[in-house]
Design a binder for this molecule. Structure first.
Ligand code: MSP
Length: 535
C-alpha cells in the first residue's frame, strides 16, 4: 500500500504538505487546523524513526492579495512581507509547528522554476492560446461553473463558498489541455483507491472528472501581480498553477535533483475540502504532462464551522488561535480539534465543548493520573520508582491494553491519517490505567505495612508509572510540551534519553522505565480552567 510512502528503506523522506495560505489576511482556526494536523502526522512519523519533510508556506500572488494591498496603500510585496513576518510565521512558532521549510511563492527559488515548468509545457504543445468568458470568484481565485452559483439579491450570482457576487471575466488566455487528461486520471484513481481520502472526497472527484474536464486557463492579463509567462510577459501565470508548484520547487525541482529525488512526490498533501479538485485533478494532470511522479495521497479535511457556515475572516467569523491558546494553552489547543472532530468531517467549534473535554479528559483523566502517581511514588517510596515485584493478571491486562493502544494509534494516525481515532486509543488506555488504580486502591494497600503489601504497592505504582512513560511517547506528537513535562516528572530523560528519540514501536515494550528512576511531582499538566483564569 502506498500509505506510508517510500521511506521504509530510509532512502527518501516521508513528505507532508499543508496548503500554502493566502496572506491577504491573518490566520484563523481553520488554517491552523490543517497545519497542526500536518505537524502531528510528521512528528508521528519522526517518532517511527523515519526521515520526514514537512512543508508549509504562503501563497502570495493573485488578485485577492493585490486588492488587499491596494486597499491598505502598500505594494503587494510589502503587504506579504508584513503579514508573513507579523502573523503567519509567529503563529506557527507559537503552536510549536516543527516545519522543515517555509516556502513563499514570491521567492526566486520558486518563481524561476515555475516559469521553467510552464515554458516546458508550452514547448511540449500542452498549452495553447484561446479566449474565455465566465463568472470568476476572486475569493477562490477560480472560474466557476454557472450551474454551481447561488442566487443573490437583485439577480446577482454568488460563489457557493464565499457567498459573494462573482465577476464576469473575459480574457485572452493561455490554456493547459487539461481535458485530455480525464481518462488517465480516472485510470489512476482506479489503480490507487487510497489516493483521495476520505471516501466522500474520492467520490466527489470521480464524479467531477467523469463529467468531462475543461481545459484550464493558466494565465491572466488584466493585472500584473504574478509570475510573468516567459514567452509572453504581458500575461502572468494563474495563481493556482503557480501555487501548486510550490510542492515541487520547495524541494529542489529543477535546482537540486538529489534533494528532489529524495523527497518528491508528497506522501500526503493535506488540503481543505474546498481545494480538493486543484490537488486531486489539476495537480496530478500537471505532473502527468511533465512525466513527474504523482503524490501518494491527498487527504481532505472538513471545515471548522461557526453558526452553520465555514469559519472565515471575510465573513468576520475567523477566530484567532491565540484567543483560545491564551485560555486553554497550546497543548490542549493542538489536541482539541484533532480529538473532537473526525478528520475529513466538518466540525463546529464551541467554548462549551472545548471546556468540557478539557476538564474531563485532560485535567481529570490524564493530568490527575500523572500527578497522583508522582505524588504516591513520592510519598511511599521517597520519589524512587520501585520495581514491580509481584506482577499478576491485573498488571498483564494493563500491559496488554498498552500494546493494543500502541498498535491502534500507530495504524490510525501513522497510516490512516485518522487523528481522532488514534488519540481516542491513547485516551482509552489512560482510562484503563485510571480504572486499574481505582480497583487496586494503592492508598489502601499502603496502610498495611507488611512486606507483601509493600511489594504489591510497588507493583501497582510501577505499573502506573510505566503506563505513563508510554503515554508520554504516544502523546508527544500531539502535545509536545505536556509530554515533555511528564517525561521529566518520571525521570525518564535520565534513564531513557530524550523523548524525541523514543520510537512509537518501543512504546509498547513493557518495562522500559527502569526501577530507581527519580519521580518528581512536576507542574500540573492541565490546570483547572477556573484557576487559570484567576491566575
Ligand atoms: N492559497 C490557496 C491554497 C494553495 S495550495 C497550493 C488557499 N488558501 S486559503 O488561505 O484560502 O486556504 C488555505 C486552507 O485553509 C484551505 O485548505 C482551506 O480549506 C483552509 N480553511 C480555510 N477556512 C477553513 C475553515 N473554516 N475550516 C477548515 N479549513 C479551512 O486556498
Amino acid at each position: 500500500m502506498a500509505a506510508t510512502g517510500t521511506n521504509s528503506n530510509g532512502a527518501s523522506a516521508y513528505y507532508v504538505t499543508t496548503p500554502i495560505y493566502y496572506v491577504n489576511d491573518r490566520p484563523h482556526l481553520g488554517h491552523a487546523y490543517t497545519t497542526v494536523a500536518g505537524d502531528v502526522l510528521t512528528r508521528w512519523h519522526r517518532q517511527r524513526g523515519e526521515k520526514v519533510w514537512y512543508l508549509t508556506g504562503t501563497d502570495e500572488h493573485g488578485q485577492k492579495i493585490m486588492r488587499t494591498a491596494d486597499a491598505n496603500g502598500v505594494t503587494p510585496q510589502q503587504w506579504c512581507d508584513k503579514l508573513v513576518e507579523e502573523a503567519w510565521k509567529p503563529l506557527w512558532e507559537h503552536l510549536e509547528i516543527a516545519n522543515d521549510d517555509f516556502i513563499r511563492t514570491t521567492q526566486e527559488r520558486h518563481t524561476h522554476r515555475v516559469q521553467e515548468f510552464v515554458q516546458d509545457l508550452y514547448d511540449k504543445g500542452e498549452v495553447y492560446q484561446g479566449g474565455y468568458e465566465g463568472p470568476y470568484c476572486v475569493g477562490c481565485e477560480e472560474y466557476k461553473s454557472p450551474g454551481d452559483l447561488l442566487d443573490g439579491e437583485d439577480g446577482a450570482k454568488l460563489c457557493p463558498i464565499h457567498k459573494r457576487p462573482v465577476e464576469m471575466l473575459k480574457e485572452e488566455n493561455y490554456f493547459f489541455k487539461l481535458s485530455a487528461y480525464g481518462p488517465r486520471l480516472l485510470e489512476f484513481y482506479e489503480a490507487n483507491p487510497g489516493f483521495i481520502q476520505p471516501e466522500s472526497a474520492r467520490n466527489e472527484v470521480l464524479q467531477f472528472v467523469r463529467q468531462g474536464l475543461q481545459d484550464l486557463s493558466i494565465s491572466r492579463s488584466t493585472f500584473d501581480w504574478g509570475i510573468p509567462i516567459p514567452w509572453d510577459p504581458k500575461h502572468v501565470i494563474y495563481v493556482w498553477v503557480d501555487a501548486l508548484l510550490n510542492y515541487a520547487t520547495a524541494v529542489g525541482y529543477g535546482a537540486d535533483p538529489a534533494k528532489f529525488d529524495a523527497t518528491f512526490p508528497a506522501d500526503v498533501h493535506l488540503v481543505g475540502k474546498d481545494i480538493l479538485r486543484f490537488h486531486a485533478v489539476i495537480w496530478p494532470a500537471m505532473l502527468m504532462a511533465q512525466g513527474l511522479p504523482l503524490p501518494r495521497k491527498v487527504v481532505a479535511n472538513g471545515w471548522l464551522m461557526v453558526g452553520g457556515e465555514k469559519m472565515s475572516k471575510s465573513n468576520l467569523t475567523g477566530i484567532a488561535p491565540q484567543d483560545l491558546t491564551s485560555h486553554f494553552g497550546v497543548d490542549a489547543y493542538r489536541w482539541y480539534f484533532l480529538r473532537a472532530i473526525q478528520f475529513g468531517q466538518d466540525g463546529s467549534f464551541s467554548w462549551e465543548d472545548f471546556t468540557a473535554r478539557y476538564t474531563s479528559e485532560l485535567a481529570n483523566d490524564f493530568g490527575n493520573l500523572a500527578s497522583r502517581v508522582a505524588a504516591m511514588v513520592g510519598r511511599y517510596f521517597d520519589g524512587k520508582l520501585p520495581a514491580a515485584e509481584a506482577p499478576g493478571d491485573a498488571e498483564q491486562a494493563v500491559a496488554d491494553g498498552l500494546a493494543r493502544a500502541v498498535a491502534e494509534a500507530d495504524r490510525r494516525i501513522g497510516d490512516e491519517v485518522d487523528f481522532s481515532g488514534g488519540i481516542a486509543a491513547v485516551f482509552d488506555f489512560i482510562k484503563q490505567v485510571n480504572g486499574y488504580l481505582t480497583e487496586q486502591e494503592p492508598w489502601k494497600v499502603a496502610k498495611d505495612g507488611s512486606a507483601e503489601s509493600r511489594a504489591r504497592l510497588a507493583t501497582i505504582l510501577y505499573t502506573a508509572a510505566e503506563s505513563l512513560r508510554a503515554v508520554a511517547v504516544l502523546l508527544n506528537p500531539v502535545m509536545p510540551a505536556a509530554a515533555a513535562k511528564l517525561w521529566d516528572s518520571l525521570g525518564a530523560e535520565a534513564s531513557l534519553g530524550a523523548l524525541a528519540d523514543q520510537r512509537v514501536g518501543e512504546a509498547a515494550d513493557w518495562g522500559r522505565l527502569p526501577a530507581g528512576s527519580t519521580v518528581t511531582k512536576g507542574d500540573i499538566l492541565f490546570p483547572r480552567l477556573e484557576e487559570k483564569k484567576d491566575a
